[in-house]
Design a protein around this ligand. Sequence first.
Ligand code: CTP
Ligand code: ZN
Length: 152
Amino acid sequence: MTDQQLRVSKIENGTVIDHITGGQALNVLAILDIDGSRGETVSIGMNVPSDRLGRKDVVKVEDRELSQSELDVLSLIAPAATINIIRGYDVVEKHRVERPDSVTGVLDCPNAHCITNENEPIHSQFDVLEDGIRCVYCDSIIREQIADHIKV
Ligand code: CTP
Ligand code: ZN
């Protein structure tokens, strides 16, 4: 895409999450716990034409870098995402997200009786399988719509 066709402005400092599966941008914001209430500057492109993906979403978060646990969950809903760290308008780091062996925090177990839902000081943890994720405490498996289990 030429600068003339640029849909969302470049940012000076922060993180650009590019090549997000089309339609998943709002779920990415939920993973990052961004709802605008803390005054963060965030730009979003949804279903933008992409050579590689056909359609992609893009999320640009200014003045923030992402934690490993955020990146781990992100990889489950946007496996082709590219993380670009921007400093002084330059891309100083670029890497693909990687599917982790397990994810901690960020997601809720769907089993209401799971110990992670009992107000105990325990973080949820899921092992990542080929076709879903499995709670390490109660063995519940989430196969679809992982984004529906993002903590609110
Ligand atoms: N970007 C930005 N602000 C900057 C620099 C880059 O918002 N100051 C965005 C670009 O718009 C792009 C992403 O960060 O969405 C990656 O930038 P760049 O590596 O320059 O683009 P490409 O070469 O097209 O990236 P890729 O090869 O990963 O597709
Ligand atoms: Zn559980």
